[in-house]
Design a protein. Sequence first.
Length: 207
Amino acid sequence: MVIDDDPGVRDSLGKLLRSAGFRVNLFGSVSEFLMANQPEGPTCLVLDVRLPGQSGLELQRGLTNAERHLPIIFITGHGDIPMSVQAMKAGAIEFLTKPFREQDLLDAIQLGLAHHRARLEQERATAELALRFETLTAREREVMAFVATGWINKQIAAKLGVSEITVKVHRGQVMRKMRASSLPDLARMADQLQLPPTKPLNRGSVV
């Protein structure tokens, strides 16, 4: 996606990117971009810094606040060092000053797409883990939290007020439902899910 208010630059970038095999959506302003349907899959945003209305840097802040993690490549004919530092600290892939080498832009886009592809894959993996976690009972979730932080069956049993055999059964169910191949694998899943510390259930709770 390209946002640039100069029609000549916008058309030129569109032709360049299409010739390189990219699908391109062109916008003349931030408002046009925000009103459009966003494409699915790995995406990269080529963004002019100075735009009518909302600036490119303001859009970057807005996307960050909305947790829309689009890779951004800034292009500008009026850039300065403080502006580029601000953009890069906020997560921009590249800051290119016009006129720039076409290959520099293409390389930056490839890098941005690779970053976004990796993020989307991570989000999909986390969503799948969350679905597996939802299949666990309340007690199994407790056991998972303890196991993932290195507690042994005896310690968990004492903490929860149940037998070691009961803990072993729950532990096996957790490993099966989460499709964990090992304890380190389960610990990785717990970390990915950002599981908070779990307080033990009362002794009278239903399991």
